[in-house]
Design a protein around this ligand. Structure first.
Ligand code: FE2
Ligand code: FE2
Length: 163
């Protein structure tokens, strides 16, 4: 099966790994910023959490709705492929984000920090598999136009457009 490209425009970077790694790094710094805000009891913690949650939810939606589908179509790896585990890890990450959001809203610093540490460990483990296995394969399997489409899907403009 061939998945149609959205625009046919070439990518700026021509690398899925580079595009998603850059967003992983921004997520990591968002988690560090949130940790500092919670530790210092800053009122900005809620806003920082919301920005982080929006980034992660959008990132996961683009991975699942666009990149993983192309990977699965090109490799034929569906039920027993690596994206099954990635999708299941996404569910766990999204659950943790919900819990963290409740704790940050309540202003519970100790439990928020513990939850944030759990989230960070989950995310770090997860992205190491994406960057180590799935994205290098995607760079071999996807066309420059498809990589460009993924980059545009992940852009802040598309993230802002998401509820
Ligand atoms: Fe992911
Ligand atoms: Fe990712």
């Amino acid at each position: 099966m061939r998945v149609a490209s959205l625009s046919g425009m070439p990518a700026k970077t021509n690398s899925i790994l580079a595009v998603f790694r850059a967003d992983h790094l921004k997520t990591a710094s968002g988690m560090t910023g949130l940790e500092l805000a919670i530790e210092r009891g800053r009122s900005s913690a809620v806003r920082q959490f919301q920005a982080l949650a929006k980034r992660i939810r959008h990132h996961i939606a683009v991975e699942e709705g666009f990149v993983f589908g192309l990977f699965e179509a090109r490799t034929g790896l569906l039920q027993d492929g690596p994206t099954v585990m990635m999708r299941s890890e996404h569910r766990k990450i999204l659950d943790r984000i919900e819990r963290l959001g409740d704790l940050v809203q309540k202003g519970a610093p100790e439990t928020s920090l513990a939850e944030l540490r759990t989230l960070r460990a989950l995310v770090e483990d997860h992205v190491s598999r994406e960057e180590g296995v799935i994205y290098p394969a995607c760079d071999r399997l996807l066309s420059p136009a498809e990589i460009g489409d993924a980059e545009r899907e992940l852009s802040p403009d598309r993230r802002r457009g998401r509820g």
